[in-house]
Design a protein around this ligand. Structure first.
Ligand SMILES: NC(=O)c1ccc[n+]([C@@H]2O[C@H](COP(=O)([O-])OP(=O)(O)OC[C@H]3O[C@@H](n4cnc5c(N)ncnc54)[C@H](O)[C@@H]3O)[C@@H](O)[C@H]2O)c1
Length: 339
């Protein structure tokens, strides 16, 4: 639905990621009106509302979805709420931005994607790293043939600290919660599909994670349809901060993207060269990517274009995560037969 005046947006979930999107929309999008924020924790919604000119708060997300001034909905609540809210928004003919992952269960994802298709609304899945200018440039360089045929992709993706154990319990495990971004990044950077996954992992940081059938350190090996190979290395705890690097090696060269640092100052003396640590975590590291992501979402509605990250991208990332989980359990490579 293309709005005539301002684009009315409703935000569901006033937690870490809901706050980022709400503040970006409020500060940088004069063409958008935030109609309200819904959170089952009304105090949280009110706290966020105070930061954005006291926008209306709702404790019932359905009331916000059905509000007549809402053209589009941002789903930033916990993962287990996503598909129900997507279906409600689609039935109300509202365009949708949904945070990753769409869900942890493929059947639920399919139900949500069917509702989206039947209502002919837009669904944009929040793989924010695609909107990081350096990663975007790396993909463009690959696509333009600057390094010839890509042979090896390396993704380093390490968090500065593990999430609380309460989060681990419901996160769906490291592959569905954390590596999912890297699976999407791998497909995006090489513009190719992953056809085989082999994962190995261990609990090296916090033994409590073992109780939830999860690991905190993992290495995933990928094979792509076009013959390239990839390796993703994940850790839930890098003592020096959020470690997000990529390297793509090809027949005619190599592309790499390094960490963004707290500052660009370097000090050298007779013993060493010293630089600053990487930016602490995702909120700092991907600040620009979150803003660019919202620009693309708003523009896809106003210009009635296809969202650059589709529901199918969201589903494929979960299929790869499931295959990685299975590979870890069965200690063997798993083929992907999703297409
Ligand atoms: N793209 C990214 O970089 C990124 C980063 C963090 C989180 N996420 C995703 O965003 C989602 C939220 O994560 P978070 O870290 O902001 O979590 P959070 O716990 O900080 O916030 C979630 C909020 O949702 C609210 N909520 C729960 N059920 C609700 C419901 N039925 N209706 C309305 N509100 C409800 C909670 O009260 C809470 O305030 C998750 O799916 C997560 O995977 C994405």
């Amino acid at each position: 639905m293309i709005p005539m005046e301002k684009l009315g947006i409703g935000i569901i979930g006033a937690g870490r990621i809901g706050r980022i999107h709400a503040i970006n929309l409020y500060r940088f999008f004069p063409e958008v009106e935030i109609v309200g924020i819904a959170d089952i924790d009304l105090d949280r919604a009110m706290q966020l509302s105070r930061e954005i000119d006291n926008k209306k708060v709702f404790d019932d997300p359905t009331a916000l979805i059905n509000h007549p001034d809402v053209h589009a909905i941002l789903i930033c609540s916990s993962t287990d709420t996503h598909t129900d809210l997507i279906i409600k928004a689609a039935k109300a003919e509202k365009d949708i931005f949904c945070e990753k992952p769409i869900a942890l269960d493929i059947e639920l994802i399919d139900e949500a994607l069917t509702a989206v298709e039947e209502s002919n609304v837009k669904l944009f899945v929040g793989f924010n790293r695609r909107f990081d200018p350096n990663f975007k440039k790396a993909r463009e360089l690959v696509l333009s043939g600057k390094i010839g045929k890509p042979h090896i992709l390396k993704i380093t993706s390490r968090d500065p600290e593990p999430p609380p154990i309460e989060y681990v319990k419901v996160s769906g495990g490291i592959f569905a919660d954390m590596t999912i971004h890297d699976f999407d990044m791998a497909r995006y950077l090489l513009n190719d599909e992953i056809v085989e996954v082999y994962a190995t992992g261990n609990v090296l940081i916090d033994e409590k994670i073992m109780e939830y059938d999860d690991v905190d350190t993992a290495i995933t090996v990928l094979k792509f349809r076009g013959g390239s190979m990839g390796v993703i290395d994940n850790s839930r705890k890098a003592v020096y901060g959020y470690d997000q690097r990529i390297e793509i090696f090809g027949s005619d060269g190599m592309i790499s993207v390094n960490n963004k640092l707290e500052d660009e100052t370097m000090i050298a003396n007779s013993r060493s060269f010293q630089i600053s640590k990487p930016l602490y975590f995702f909120l700092e590291r991907y600040q620009e990517a979150y803003l660019n992501e919202m620009k693309e979402f708003v523009s896809s509605i106003i210009n009635n274009s296809n969202p650059p990250v589709s529901g199918m991208d969201g589903k494929i990332a979960i299929l790869i995560a499931e295959a990685a989980k299975k590979s870890l359990k069965e200690r063997k490579p798993i083929k992907l037969e999703y297409q």
